[in-house]
Structures are given as structure tokens and as C-alpha cells.
Design a binder for this molecule. Structure first.
Ligand SMILES: Cc1cc2nc3c(=O)[nH]c(=O)nc-3n(C[C@H](O)[C@H](O)[C@H](O)COP(=O)(O)OP(=O)(O)OC[C@H]3O[C@@H](n4cnc5c(N)ncnc54)[C@H](O)[C@@H]3O)c2cc1C
Length: 412
């Protein structure tokens, strides 16, 4: 294990997932010399390492990979591009002006970077943060843990779990269970319809997993292991499912603990760092990319976003990014629950292509952007929670001197 003490680099990237690795490749492609990726796990690749199913990588490499093979390809491409990857190195502190501290198995390290990219991804909400009642038995896990048990350790954490949630990741957990011979007793969703897009949402039924909508987990039972789970069904009755595990899927949250502990500004709505359209944080030596920015996007989106922001960091190192003096804050209202980026700099230089929005509940109606109260853009849209909702930044002509932009989704 190589130890790095007080090393100076051009760009330090925290997180070796699709976003971090693609940014690193792009930086090297654009001639940036010393690019390092700092990864806390024993292998780089990020979440796809334990998604033992396709489809990954088609748009990036013109080939459909399983998650682990896609992760390997990303690592290989980054290493071939001359990126140095430090494994088992966890960053613990983001200091001012690109000084980061961390630990590795043999001690501590400090890196001074001209620019730092934070690409630490997102995670699912664990039991503790979901305020679930009942006993505290073994066998209540998230999809990420299920996938690492199955694909990285070759272990089965349960045989008959109850699956909570119907996001895309919930369906991928049904696939993982099926491949491992695990038979879920049911899948429950507190809303009246599946969160994942039709016809994908039919997948659990095709695998003979009963689905219950308007159903909410209220209590988990079991002294040692999980023995059952009580669910309030759509008609108000309580049904106790006999199961040996509870799989809590989705409800993603950005992995932003480092940002919270730093002086960087955080966005309360997305849970990630506040950035401008160039991916730049409130301390301009820091940038952010990937699912840390918003819960959540696909691996392909995170890869492309990382590559784009990698290119913008290279531009910044060449002194090409505009200053932040005329920054305009973007706020979202009504049915919108987040907007990324949260700051726009009036400039002819293109950064991220879109304002990325998410709705709090199913909404259909007029999406409107106002500059200091005056409408500058609108469009009719229909959107469900956790689905992508985009406004091309190029289509917004922001009048000079604008103080703030507001995005409103006035709908049913
Ligand atoms: C359980 C789960 C299942 C998913 N399944 C799919 C799927 O099937 N298909 C799909 O397209 N997307 C899936 N996703 C979405 C996934 O987040 C993206 O595919 C993609 O991995 C995001 O890339 P990223 O680089 O932003 O983050 P990640 O892939 O999460 O990579 C972040 C990296 O940062 C490292 N890291 C974090 N903190 C530190 C630190 N302090 N110091 C050093 N390293 C650190 C982590 O170890 C990790 O390797 C899933 C997400 C989760 C949580």
C-alpha cells in the first residue's frame, strides 16, 4: 500500500465510482498532469461493483456490461489514461483551498490539490432514519447491503424477505433475489402506484412476488432474526407477513457527510452541495458530480456528468471559467422538491446542460421559470416522483442584473 503524505496534485477526486472515474479520465485527456482518485473501498468502481446485473455501459462503451464488469472497465480506462487510484483511503475532512485530510490502513494522509472533485455518491435511507417501530432483529437491510452480501461475499442474508419500496432499485433487488434463489413474500409501496416506470413495474408480478399499494410498514417483529412484519394495508387493516428479513429499498440520500462537516454550502432541498452550472461549490477550489448532487440518477448519467464536470475543471485550471460575481440563485417552489444546479452564472460558456428537478408528488401542469418575478420560460409537463424533469439552461435568457430565479410547477 502506497502512502501519500502531504502530496501536491492538480486534481484530487474523492470517490472512484462512475462519476469520479469518468472525470479523472477526462482531466487526463485534456492534459492535466497529476490526477488522483481517492477511494475508501479495497476496489474502485463504486456502486456498480455490486450490481450483478446488466445493463451498464452501453452509451459509454457501445457494449452492455453487468455492473461489476462495467466497474472494471471504468477502472481500466482510468488507469490506462494515467490516473493514480489510491484504495482503502478515506477522506475525513475537506479543508479550505483544496487541502483534504484522510486515513488509510497505515495512518493518515493530507493532500493539497489545485482543485478537488467530490464524487461520493448516494445511499439508501437506513432503518434508523425511517423511524420504523417494533423489535431490532437481525435481517433488516438495504439493497446495497443485499448486493454486497450476494455479489461480493457470496452470502444469502435471508430466504423470504418483505421488500419495501417500488423504485428502480427495488426491482433490481427482486432480480438479485431471484438469481440467488431468495423468494420475497411480498413487495409493498406506500403510494397508490409503483415508483418505477411501467412496464418495468410489472417485473415483480412476473416473478410471482405479490405487490401491495397504499401499504405501509409499521412494525418489525423478531427477537434474534426477523420473524414477521406488520403492514397497514390500503383498507386500514393490519396484515402481519411471516418473513425472515426486511429489505428497505430506495429513498436515496446524497453521501454528503464530508460536505456537511466542511465550510462548503449545502443545499437543504437536494441534500448535496450547492453548485453552479460548472459544478463549482461555494469554495471555488471544490467541484461536485454524480449522485452526491441529487438522489438519484443512473450510472450512465453519473458517468456523463462526471466527464462533463471533469472537462469544466480542466477549463478552470486553464483560467477559462467565468467568475462568480454575477451569480444568480435558483429556488424551487410548490410541487418541486429539488433543483440542481442551485446557482447560475450568466455566461456564454456552456456548463451542465440542464436544470435538473424532481417533484415531491405526481404533478401535471405548467413548469415556469421567473427572473425576479418575471416569467422567462414555461412548458407543460407531467412528472412522477423520482423521475427526471429537465429544463435546458440554454433556453433561459436571464436578464442582466437578475437577483434570483424561481422555478414553479403549478399543477394538479
Ligand atoms: C443500492 C444501490 C443500487 C443501485 N443500482 C443501480 C443500478 O442497478 N443501475 C444504475 O444505473 N444505477 C444504480 N444505482 C445508482 C448509482 O448510484 C449509480 O449507478 C452510480 O453508481 C453513481 O455514481 P457515483 O460515482 O455518483 O457514485 P458511487 O458509484 O456511489 O461511487 C461513490 C464512491 O465514493 C466512495 N466514497 C464515498 N465516501 C468516500 C470518502 N469519504 N473517501 C473516499 N471514498 C469515498 C465510495 O466508496 C464509492 O466508491 C444504485 C444505487 C444504489 C445506492
Amino acid at each position: 500500500m502506497k502512502t501519500i503524505d502531504l502530496q501536491s496534485v492538480d486534481v484530487a477526486i474523492i470517490g472512484g465510482g462512475p462519476a469520479g472515474l469518468s472525470a479523472a479520465m477526462e482531466l487526463r485527456k485534456q492534459g492535466i498532469e497529476r490526477v488522483v482518485v481517492i477511494e475508501r473501498e479495497a476496489e474502485a468502481g463504486g456502486i456498480p461493483r455490486h450490481c450483478g446485473h446488466p445493463p451498464f455501459g452501453f452509451w459509454e462503451y457501445g457494449h452492455v456490461y453487468s455492473g461489476p464488469n462495467y466497474a472494471k472497465r471504468n477502472v481500466k480506462e482510468a488507469v490506462n489514461a494515467g490516473v493514480q487510484i489510491f484504495l482503502k483511503h478515506s477522506v475525513t475532512k475537506l479543508g479550505a483551498h483544496g487541502v483534504i485530510d484522510g486515513v488509510h490502513p497505515d495512518g493518515a494522509f493530507r493532500i493539497k490539490a489545485r482543485r478537488v472533485l467530490i464524487a461520493t455518491g448516494a445511499r439508501e435511507t437506513p432503518r434508523s432514519a425511517r423511524l420504523l417501530g417494533g423489535d431490532r432483529p437481525v435481517g433488516v437491510i438495504n439493497t446495497g447491503a443485499l448486493q454486497s452480501y450476494l455479489y461480493l461475499k457470496g452470502l444469502k442474508p435471508f430466504e423470504r424477505p418483505l421488500i419495501v419500496g417500488t423504485e428502480l432499485v427495488s426491482l433490481s433487488s427482486v432480480l438479485s433475489c431471484r438469481k440467488a434463489g431468495i423468494k420475497p413474500v411480498a413487495m409493498i409501496e406506500r403510494n397508490q402506484r409503483a415508483t418505477a416506470r411501467w412496464p418495468l413495474s410489472l417485473f415483480p408480478r412476473l416473478c410471482a412476488v405479490p405487490m401491495h399499494f397504499g401499504a405501509e410498514l409499521v412494525k418489525i417483529h423478531g427477537t434474534g432474526r426477523v420473524e414477521g412484519a406488520s403492514v397497514r394495508m390500503a383498507d386500514g387493516s393490519i396484515n402481519t407477513f411471516e418473513c425472515d428479513g426486511v429489505l428497505l429499498t430506495g429513498q436515496f440520500t446524497p453521501e454528503s457527510s464530508l460536505v456537511r462537516m466542511s465550510d462548503l454550502r449545502i443545499d437543504a432541498m437536494s441534500g448535496g452541495p450547492r453548485i453552479d452550472q460548472f459544478g463549482r461549490c461555494s469554495d471555488p477550489s471544490y467541484f461536485a458530480a454524480g449522485n452526491l448532487l441529487r438522489p438519484i440518477e443512473t450510472a450512465g448519467w453519473s458517468f456523463r456528468e462526471g466527464r462533463r464536470i471533469g472537462g469544466l475543471i480542466a477549463a478552470d485550471l486553464r483560467g477559462e471559467l467565468p467568475g462568480t460575481a454575477d451569480a444568480v440563485s435558483v429556488y424551487c417552489n410548490n410541487n418541486l422538491k429539488l433543483c440542481v444546479p442551485q446557482v447560475l452564472i450568466p455566461s456564454t460558456m456552456e456548463g451542465l446542460k440542464h436544470l435538473q428537478l424532481r417533484v415531491a408528488r405526481a404533478t401535471s401542469g405548467r413548469l415556469v421559470v421567473k427572473a425576479d418575478g418575471k416569467e422567462i420560460w414555461s412548458g407543460m409537463r407531467t412528472c412522477l416522483p423520482e423521475r427526471r424533469l429537465l429544463i435546458p439552461i440554454k433556453s433561459l435568457s436571464i436578464p442582466q442584473g437578475t437577483q434570483q430565479l424561481e422555478v414553479d410547477f403549478v399543477g394538479r
